[in-house]
Structure formats: C-alpha cells, structure tokens
Write a protein that binds this ligand. Structure first.
Ligand code: SF4
Length: 152
C-alpha cells in the first residue's frame, strides 16, 4: 500500500524552507517569458497561467507546491543559461505600449487606432511586425527596440 505523505504546509519549518528556496531561485524564475511581474523585495512572482495568471507565494497548497517544485527544478537546471533578474519587473501598461507606437492611427495594421493595436499587443493577439510604420520608418528604430524588450 502506498504510504501517505503528510505534508503540513502550516509547519513553520516547511514555510521557511520554501521561502529560502524562493529567495534563491526566484531571480531565475523571473527570467521566464510567462512572467508578468516580479517583486524581489516582497519575494513574489506573477506569471501567466491560462486562464489568467498566478502569483507565487509560499502558502498556496500542495498543488501549487508540486507545480513550483517542477518549475524550480527545471529553472535551476537551466540557470547557467539565464541572467538572473535583480530589479523589479512589472507587466507593461497600455499607455506604456501605446506611447511607443507611431500613434498616427494610419490603420495599416487593420486596427482603427494605435490604441486598439496596443491592446492587441498586450493580449498577444497582434505582433509588432503587424505595424508597418514601426518596421519601415527609421525614426522608430529605438521605439521598436524598447517595445521588443517590454513585450518579451
Ligand atoms: S499600423 Fe502602426 S501606426 Fe498604423 S494604426 Fe496600426 S499601430 Fe498605429
């Protein structure tokens, strides 16, 4: 008969162990593309998880712990290929994205406005290549580079 595992998450030692693990591995987990916010001071990491998103804390139950263990192991194995994140990261905001677009509302992307295109970018329904002026106008090279970093 399979032996039951009695893991009591309220146990302070286990919580402390998870916290120490998170302290070490979170800067590397923060490099993953699905991460939408990372706060090293609060030691929290929010990432996309369909539907919606999920924020890692140390006390969300066994299911999360199992998922976290897998993510930690996979990330830790790959850490030499990653650059740890040491600064706070947050999801790009609509106005941040819109302000870097050409804002000419030329409609070449098929959207009525650049604002609508920015929404599409944040919802991952559109890609930067869909904005022709951003690709072809040399005045927008820096803006495009900023958007590429922002929308990773
Ligand atoms: S193609 Fe670019 S500049 Fe033109 S409306 Fe779309 S996002 Fe704006």
């Amino acid at each position: 008969m399979k032996k039951a595992v009695n893991l009591v998450l309220e146990d302070e030692e286990i919580i402390e162990l998870i916290r120490i693990l998170l302290d070490e591995v979170l800067p590397y987990l923060a490099t993953l593309p699905g991460v939408i916010a990372y706060n090293p001071d609060a030691c929290t990491l929010t990432f996309r998880r369909r539907p919606g998103f999920l924020t890692l804390y140390a006390d969300k139950g066994l299911e999360l712990l199992a998922a976290l263990k897998n993510a930690i192991n996979a990330t830790w194995e790959q850490r030499h290929n990653l650059i740890a994140v040491t600064k706070a990261r947050r999801a790009p905001r609509l106005l941040d994205v819109w302000s870097l677009l050409p804002r000419s509302n030329c409609k070449l992307c098929g959207e009525a406005t650049c604002m609508a295109f920015a929404v599409g970018l944040l919802q991952q329904k559109r890609v930067l290549d869909d904005c022709l002026p951003l690709q072809t106008n040399s005045d927008f090279v820096d803006r495009r580079a900023s958007l590429e970093v922002m929308l990773v």
